[in-house]
Design a binder for this molecule. Sequence first.
Ligand SMILES: [Zn+2]
Length: 160
Amino acid sequence: MMKRLILFFSLVTLCSCNSNAQKANEKVYKVNKTDAEWKAELSDLSYYVLRQAGTERAFSSVLNNNHDTGTYVCAACNTPLFKSEYKYDSGSGWPSFDREIKGNIEYSVDFKLGYGRSEELCATCGGHLGHVFDDGPKETTGNRHCINGAALKFIPKKDE
Ligand SMILES: [Zn+2]
């Protein structure tokens, strides 16, 4: 009986390892690192957001209130993703932009909350950034790119 149980549990472990491996192999990005490498490089919060598609607490990022001129790059691979001129205060508690830097962001759909949301990923490393909604500023694009500050690094214009 015990032997059978052990066999059962090792089968379960085996299966879950397999599905993780498959998931990681879905797409190869230009910047491609193992989970252990990302974990060692990123802060705990950035790892949680970028690599585990987590969401930081609203109003927790210093970038939410950042009004300086410059570029927001991916915290994992430094790809330029958003420009400060398209940042606006959405009141959501997350850094918000009405448009992205074209070509540097990839879109996919996630159903985590039970309905489809347009997920935004860094096109260079596949890191999760946030979501895009259609309740942005009407006078410009109408889009609200709702991005986790932990997924971004801000490069002030003078340092570019
Ligand atoms: Zn990236």
